[in-house]
Design a protein around this ligand. Structure first.
Ligand code: F3S
Length: 66
């Protein structure tokens, strides 16, 4: 599983990095950033899904890999 944040949609609500700090971080202005290359470790999948469903701007895309 991979995640991606659309910088056009992200408004810096911060729920992603609060709910899934192992998957997301913040830039110096509080906008969300994907940690590393966006690959979600299996232990972080639940938190990543939670972040996706809690982003008010629907700015996080989740890419399921086979
Ligand atoms: Fe941005 Fe949504 Fe996170 S608006 S900071 S991607 S909760």
């Amino acid at each position: 599983m991979k995640v991606r944040i659309d910088p056009e949609r992200c408004q810096g609500h911060g729920r992603c990095y609060t709910l899934a700090p192992e998957v997301f971080g913040e830039d110096e202005e509080g906008y969300g950033q994907v940690a590393g290359d966006g690959v979600v470790p299996s232990a972080g999948e639940r938190a990543a899904r939670l972040a996706v469903s809690n982003c008010p701007e629907r700015a996080i895309d989740l890419i399921e890999e086979a």
